[in-house]
Design a protein around this ligand. Structure first.
Ligand SMILES: O=C(O)CCC(=O)C(=O)O
Ligand SMILES: [Fe+2]
Length: 339
C-alpha cells in the first residue's frame, strides 16, 4: 500500500461548519472525513478557542515551567497510571506504542523522553481530582487553566457534532452525547533538549506513539518538530509544521476502533525541528524550548467502543476489534506509561 505522494495534513475552515448553511456543514464534515481517513490529522482554522486565550496559555506554561523544581514538586503527579494530574518531571513518563512487556519497557526507557509536563482535567471530575500548586505560588494560573479547559471542551463537542455528520449517524449528538461528562485532559509540555542527542537517537522529545482517546487538540508554538507517520509508507515521518491561527486535531485509538479503522489513529512523535540554512547556530546544539498544549478527549469511561453503525458490514467490512469499554482500553495503555 505504498504511495509516492507524501501524505500531508490538510487544512479545514471550521468556521464554515459553525456558521454556514447546511450545505457548508456537510462539505466540512466530508473534508474532515477525508482527512481522518487519509492521515488521521487535520489543521482547523476558524475554530472556537480565542487566540488571546491560546497565547495566554503559552505564557502561563512558560511561567509554570520556569518555577523552581522544588515549587513544581509541590503538585506532583501521583505514582502509577490511574491518576493523571499534576507535575511530571523530566524522564518520569516514557510514551510507548503498545508495549506492555516489563522488560521491553525498561529497554525502551533507556532512550529518555526529554519533557516535563503538567496535567489538569475537568474540575468536576471526582475520579481524578486536579492537583494544583497553591495560589500564591503562581497566582492566576489555575483560573486560566480552568477557563482554557472549558473552551477546549466546547471545541471538542463542536467537532464531535461535525463528525457525526461525517459518519451519517442518525443523530448529530450521537458522538458528543457519549462525551457528556467531558472527562478530558489538558497538558502542558516543555521539553528543552540537546539537538545532537535527538538527532543521533539518544533522546526524543516524545517518541512515536498514537493517542489513546477519541480526539486530541494540539496547540503548538512556532518551534516545530511534530511529525506524523505516513500511513502509506510506514517508518516515514512527515512534519506537521505549526500554522499560526490553527489547531491540529488528530484521531485517537478509541475513535479508530469505533469507526472500525475508517479513521486512523496515526503514530506521531516530536523530534528536532527540520534544520534550514537560516537556523541559528545554537539551534544545532541546544534546541530552543518548545511548548505545546495537547488536549485529550475521551468518551465517558463506561462507553462500550465497538464499530459504529455504517462503519462495518458482515460481508465486506466485518468488525476488526473486540468490544472494550473506554475505561479498560485507556487503563491498559496508561499502565505502560508509568513505572
Ligand atoms: O508536543 C506535541 O507536539 C505532541 C504531543 C503529543 O503527541 C502527546 O502529548 O501525545
Ligand atoms: Fe500524542
Amino acid at each position: 500500500m505504498s504511495s509516492p505522494i507524501p501524505q500531508t495534513v490538510p487544512l479545514v475552515d471550521f468556521g464554515q461548519f459553525l456558521h454556514g448553511p447546511v450545505r457548508e456543514k456537510q462539505k466540512i464534515a466530508k473534508e474532515l472525513d477525508a482527512a481522518f481517513c487519509n492521515v488521521g490529522f487535520v489543521y482547523l482554522q476558524n475554530h472556537t478557542v480565542p487566540q488571546v486565550l491560546i497565547d495566554e496559555c503559552f505564557e502561563w506554561s512558560k511561567k509554570f515551567f520556569d518555577l523552581s523544581d522544588s515549587v513544581k514538586q509541590r503538585a506532583p503527579h501521583p505514582p502509577g497510571g490511574t491518576h493523571h494530574r499534576g507535575y511530571s518531571a523530566i524522564g518520569l513518563e516514557k510514551v510507548s506504542q503498545q508495549v506492555y512487556d516489563k522488560k521491553e519497557l525498561e529497554e525502551l526507557r533507556a532512550v529518555s523522553d526529554v519533557k516535563e509536563s503538567f496535567e489538569s482535567g475537568n474540575p468536576d471530575d471526582e475520579t481524578q481530582p486536579n492537583i494544583w500548586l497553591d495560589e500564591e505560588d503562581i497566582p492566576g494560573f489555575r483560573r486560566h487553566m480552568e477557563t482554557f479547559f472549558d473552551h477546549c471542551k466546547d471545541l471538542v463537542h463542536h467537532i464531535l457534532r461535525a463528525l457525526a455528520i461525517s459518519l451519517s449517524l442518525p443523530d448529530e449528538k450521537a458522538l458528543s452525547g457519549t462525551h457528556k461528562r467531558s472527562l478530558f485532559q489538558l497538558r502542558l509540555h516543555y521539553p528543552p533538549v540537546s539537538a545532537s542527542a535527538i538527532r543521533d537517537g539518544h533522546k526524543s522529545r516524545i517518541s512515536a506513539h498514537s493517542d489513546f482517546g477519541t480526539l486530541t487538540l494540539l496547540f503548538q508554538d512556532s518551534i516545530g518538530g511534530l511529525e506524523v507517520e505516513d500511513p502509506y509508507n510506514p517508518g516515514t515521518f512527515n512534519p506537521v509544521a505549526p500554522i499560526p491561527g490553527t489547531v491540529v486535531v488528530n484521531v485517537g485509538d478509541l475513535m479508530e476502533r469505533w469507526t472500525n479503522g475508517r479513521w486512523r489513529s496515526t503514530v506521531h512523535r516530536v523530534m528536532a525541528p527540520p534544520v534550514n540554512e537560516t537556523a541559528h547556530a545554537d539551534q544545532m546544539t541546544i534546541l530552543k524550548a518548545r511548548y505545546s498544549i495537547p488536549f485529550f478527549a475521551t468518551t465517558d469511561p463506561e462507553t462500550v467502543i465497538e464499530a459504529l453503525p455504517g462503519c462495518w458490514d458482515e460481508a465486506e467490512n466485518p468488525k476488526k476489534y473486540e468490544r472494550i469499554t473506554a475505561w479498560d482500553y485507556v487503563q491498559m495503555r496508561m499502565a505502560a506509561l508509568y513505572n
